[in-house]
Design a protein around this ligand. Structure first.
Ligand SMILES: [Zn+2]
Ligand SMILES: [Zn+2]
Length: 560
């Protein structure tokens, strides 16, 4: 490796993932400040919630690095979870660098790019597990880890100023069922050679002990499913192929055929088969076939464990799924955890299922039917003992996770800790690690299929309308500003009561609007803008009196 020149620096810049769990977007830069070469590690999304009505997908804002897009040597993807690859189809056109990924991740990505009509444009380089990638000043080596999806990779990023171990998402699963266990030897070897900095998963830093093994989940599921007499639905993340495989084995062991319900189940099964996983399972049956089998002979493997309204399980609970019905005597196993933020939709889903007579089995009352894919404290301690980094850089967490992780690393005698926020540029070498710059970092909202700014006008208006309703007022005037028709008022999403029915309310609002027009004087009477303002003010004021709130008011002035 070439010797560094005196003004070379090695920097880490998170543009996502370091204020939240999700939206991972990490950059590593090498060179003098005015001429850095960059490698991007992961480009993921996070998801909207009740506070972002209509916004399902949230992206990291790439504006800062877009300016240097021609200096991005590559985009390396650690694994195929949405929070690591979900933004590629949205943001790749703004970065346009070649992509590097292992076979399973590449397969999943290609499907997404095909849907986005980008497949022909994007260069995807498939790297074998444990393979290397050489990009300018960066020599990278993939390190096989274990997680909750096939092919999770850590990344050893070697430069003339030191080696970074970017862990990606990981846990230490001694028996991951599919794929190899964690490559401890490789990590120890890196530790022997010297790791300058470890950029590491913080998700479970508040949890003591170990995350547990996929093999234990399989051992729990087989007898559990053996005890059921009726239909069984099991919900899990489709991307957890080892879990899918365990559910399938548990079904087969108990004489049940498996029916996949939900698009992503089919997709992930195809991705798994493309890399030689799940090839020796019995063929899945169609839901049209499953409905004709006796209840004890079928198991539905479903999407929707997070209460997603359009996913398979929600439609089954609502009774709107065309082929799959669950009722009294049937069981539903949630082989998943509650992702923070999804508590309410999951509770609603579970209430509906129990209302229909379905028995529920969740992680809470049946420990062992789920394990996390992220390292708990004992695993973090082991990883630090193997890699022995000089600098701990916690990532993949909210602020509280990152701070706790830094304190934990300090307790483990890691000499330096840095906890950047998204947009904080960390100089890792030369010299002591420090935040040396702050660059713009933020979020973009995918709203109605369009990439928009965070909390833009459309979303603000929609939130306002959702809480306060909408009133539309229109009036038709002639050339002399005399009212020909109206004002006509319509209300959307606003309440009424028997003593004060909606038609009376609308009449009152129309009266107020008309009086406001009558009060206009001078040139205000000619200007549409003044007329609209007067109508809007009058209606808002009346709404305040009637409902104690200020709806969104839409005014229209038409002239004959
Ligand atoms: Zn992740
Ligand atoms: Zn992950």
């Amino acid at each position: 490796m070439a010797k560094p020149s005196t003004d070379d620096e090695l920097v880490f810049l998170p543009l996502g993932g370091s204020n939240e769990i999700g939206m991972n977007f990490n950059l590593y830069g090498f060179g003098p400040a005015h001429d850095r070469r960059w490698v991007v590690v992961d480009l993921g999304v996070t998801f909207g919630d009740q506070t972002t009505p209509g916004v399902e997908v949230i992206l990291p804002d790439p504006t800062y690095i877009e300016e240097y897009a021609d200096r991005i040597l590559g985009i390396v993807l650690t694994h195929a979870h949405e929070d690591h690859i979900g933004a590629v189809a949205w943001l790749w056109p703004r970065l346009k660098a070649p992509i590097y990924a292992t076979p399973f991740t590449a397969f999943v990505l290609r499907e997404k790019l095909r849907e986005a009509d980008l497949l022909d444009e994007v260069e995807i380089n498939v790297v074998p597990l444990g393979g290397t990638i050489s990009l300018g000043p960066f020599e990278m080596e993939l390190i096989t880890l274990t997680h909750s999806i096939p092919e999770p990779n850590g990344l050893a990023i070697k430069t003339a100023l030191g080696t970074i171990l970017h862990t990606g998402d990981w846990k230490i699963d001694p028996d991951p069922l599919l794929g190899a266990p964690t490559d401890q030897d490789a990590i120890r070897r890196l530790g022997d050679e010297g790791v300058l900095a470890m950029v590491c998963d913080s998700t479970n830093v508040f949890v003591d002990g170990h995350a547990g093994s996929e093999a234990d989940v399989r051992k729990t599921l087989i007898p559990l499913i053996g005890g059921f007499k009726g239909r069984v639905a099991v919900a899990c993340f489709a991307s957890n192929v080892a879990r899918m495989d365990s559910v399938i084995r548990a079904a087969e062991a108990n004489g049940r055929r498996v029916c996949l319900v939900g698009r992503s189940m089919h997709r992930m099964a195809a991705a798994a088969k493309s890399v030689g996983l799940m090839v020796d399972v019995k063929p899945f049956i169609e839901d049209s076939e499953a409905r004709h089998l006796p209840p004890h002979a079928v198991l539905y493997l479903c999407t929707g464990s997070q209460g997603e309204p359009r996913a398979a399980l929600a439609r089954i609970a609502d009774g709107t799924h065309p082929a799959v019905k669950l009722g009294a005597g049937d069981a539903c196993v949630f082989s998943s955890r509650v992702i923070p933020g999804n508590e309410i939709p999951i509770r609603n889903l579970q209430n509906k299922l129990t209302e229909n007579g379905v028995r529920l089995y969740t992680e809470r009352d049946h420990p062992g039917i789920h394990v996390s894919g992220h390292p708990c404290r004992d695993e973090l301690a082991e990883m630090y003992a193997w890699a022995r980094p000089t600098i701990a850089v916690p990532t993949h967490g909210e602020r509280r996770h990152l701070m706790e992780h830094a304190a934990f690393a300090r307790d483990l005698q890691v000499p330096q800790q840095v906890t950047p926020r998204n947009g904080d540029m960390v100089r890792l070498a030369p010299g002591r690690a420090a935040i040396v710059d702050e660059v713009p970092a933020g979020r973009l909202y995918v709203d109605g299929g369009m990439v928009t700014v965070e909390n833009g006008d459309a979303l603000r208006e929609r939130r306002h309308a959702a809480s306060n309703g909408v009133v539309a007022v229109s009036v038709v005037l002639d050339g002399k500003n005399k009212i020909v028709s109206g004002p006509q008022v319509r209300a959307l999403g606003l309440p009424s009561e028997p003593d004060y029915p909606l038609e009376d309310i609308l009449d009152d609002l129309a009266d107020e609007a008309e009086q406001a027009l009558g009060r206009l004087r001078g040139e205000d009477r000619d200007l549409d803008e003044s007329i609209e303002t007067a109508l809007s003010r009058a209606v808002k004021k009346a709404s305040q009196r009637i409902w104690g709130r200020r709806p969104v008011v839409e005014t229209t002035v038409l002239r004959l």
